[in-house]
Design a protein around this ligand. Structure first.
Ligand code: GDD
Ligand code: MG
Length: 351
C-alpha cells in the first residue's frame, strides 16, 4: 500500500516563515515536518510515498530526494499549477495501488494508521475518514456522521450558525483508489467540497474513524508553536534528535557555557551556543547554529537555524525564521513571527 501526502499548499497562514520554506518542510523540533509524517506511515508499514507538490517543490526535493537515505521510496507528483486537494490526489493516481492512504501535509497525530486501514478493509467502505473532536470546529471541515459510524455530510469551513457537530475531518483518509474515477483530470478541485460529497451523492459507503488521541494541524503560528510545546512537554512523542539532559534535549556539538541557565523543557540543536548568564526555556527550541549571547532570555519560542540573539535580549512567545538577528536588549513579544533574515537593531521592541 502507498500513501499520498498533499504537500503543495502555499502555507499562507504561516507567512512569512513559508515565503522561503514550504510548510511541509518547516522544522518541528528541528526536523522537517514530513519526516514526522513518514515516521507515522512507517509505523503502519508504509514506506512508498508520493509527495504531491506544487509550491516550491525544489525545496522539498532537496531535502528528501528519492527517500533512499531514509529507507523510503519517495516519488513526486508535480503540479504545474496547483490542482487543489482533490486534483492533487488525482494527479498522483498513476503511482497508487488498490488502496491508498492520503494525508494532508500539515497534520500530526498518533492515530494508529494500520488499525484505520484494517477497519477500512473490514467495513468494505469506499473511503474511510479519520475524524477528531476539536473545541473550535468552524476553522476546519465539519463531518456529520450517523450512529453507525457512516459519514452523512461535509460542511467545509462552516459559518458559526452551521456548526452542528464538533467532529472534524482530520485530513487523513483511506481510499479505494478506484473511487478516483469520480475526479476530473487536470482540473483544480477540492477533495472536501467536491469529491467526498460526490461519493456520498452516488450512495457509496463512507466510513468514519473517530480518533480521540493527539491531533494538530500546524498551519497557523499559534498551532505551530503549540506543537513544539506539546512535543517538549511529552504530550506528543515524536522523534527528537539529541541527548536527554535535565528535562530537555541537547544536541551533540551544542555548547552551553557554565553559568547559562537551561529551564526544562528545552531543545538546543547542533552547533548552537548559549552564553553565560543567558536563560533558555521553558519551552524554547533553538535549532542548529543558534547563538544566544550573555544575559539573553528565551522562553516559549522557536528559533530556526542560524539565529543570533544579542546580549540581554528577551524573546517570549515568538517564532523566528532562519538567520534572524536580534540585537542587544531587543524585546520580541508574544505572537511575533519574523521571516528569514530579519534583523532588529539594538533596543528594538515588538511588544
Ligand atoms: N499538492 C497540493 N496542491 N496540495 C495542496 C493544494 C494544492 O493545490 N492545496 C492545498 N494543499 C495541501 C496543503 O499543503 C495541506 O497540506 C493540505 O493540502 C490541506 O490544505 P490546507 O490549506 O492546510 O487546508 P485546511 O487546513 O484549511 O483544511 C483542511 O484540513 C483540515 C484539517 O487540518 C481540510 O481538509 C479540512 O476539511 C480539514 O478539517
Ligand atoms: Mg491545514
Amino acid at each position: 500500500m502507498k500513501a499520498v501526502i498533499l504537500a503543495g499548499g502555499e502555507g499562507t497562514r504561516l507567512r512569512p516563515l513559508t515565503l522561503t520554506l514550504p510548510k511541509p518542510v518547516v522544522p518541528v523540533v528541528d526536523r522537517p515536518f514530513l519526516r514526522h509524517q513518514l515516521d507515522l506511515l512507517g509505523q503502519a508499514g508504509v514506506t512508498e510515498v508520493v509527495f504531491s507538490v506544487a509550491y516550491r517543490p525544489e525545496r522539498v526535493q532537496a531535502i528528501f530526494g528519492d527517500g533512499s537515505a531514509l529507507g523510503k521510496k519517495i516519488r513526486y507528483a508535480m503540479e504545474p499549477t496547483p490542482l487543489g486537494t482533490g486534483g492533487a490526489v488525482k494527479n498522483a493516481e498513476r503511482y497508487l495501488d488498490d488502496v491508498t492512504i492520503v494525508l494532508n501535509g500539515d497534520v500530526l497525530t498518533d492515530v494508529d494508521l494500520a488499525e484505520v486501514v484494517r477497519r477500512h478493509r473490514e467495513s468494505g467502505a469506499a473511503a474511510t475518514l479519520v475524524l477528531v473532536p476539536v473545541p473550535n470546529p468552524a476553522a476546519y471541515g465539519l463531518v456529520e456522521t450517523d450512529g453507525d459510524g457512516r459519514v452523512r455530510r461535509f460542511i467545509e469551513k462552516p459559518q458559526p450558525d452551521q456548526v452542528t457537530t464538533d467532529t472534524i475531518n482530520a485530513g487523513i483518509y483511506v481510499l479505494q483508489t478506484s473511487t478516483l474515477e469520480l475526479m476530473p483530470v487536470g482540473v483544480n478541485h477540492s477533495i472536501e467540497r467536491a469529491f467526498f460529497p460526490a461519493l456520498l451523492g452516488r450512495g457509496d459507503h463512507v466510513a468514519a474513524h473517530v480518533h480521540r488521541g493527539y491531533w494538530i494541524d500546524i498551519g497557523t503560528p499559534e498551532k505551530y508553536l503549540q506543537v513544539h510545546r506539546d512535543v517538549l512537554n511529552g504530550r506528543f512523542p515524536v522523534r527528537v534528535e539529541g541527548r536527554r539532559v535535565d528535562g530537555g534535549w541537547i544536541h551533540e556539538g551544542a555548547v552551553v557555557e557554565p553559568g547559562a541557565e537551561l529551564r526544562a523543557p528545552f531543545y538546543v540543536g547542533p552547533g548552537s551556543r548559549v552564553s553565560a548568564q543567558a536563560e533558555v526555556g521553558p519551552d524554547a527550541v533553538l535549532a542548529s547554529r543558534v547563538r544566544v549571547d550573555a544575559g539573553a532570555r528565551i522562553r516559549d519560542s522557536v528559533l530556526w537555524e542560524g539565529c543570533h540573539v544579542g546580549e540581554s535580549a528577551v524573546i517570549d512567545g515568538a517564532l523566528l525564521g532562519a538567520g534572524v538577528r536580534a540585537g542587544r536588549h531587543v524585546v520580541i513579544g508574544p505572537g511575533a513571527v519574523l521571516g528569514e533574515g530579519a534583523s532588529l537593531s539594538d533596543y528594538s521592541r515588538t511588544a
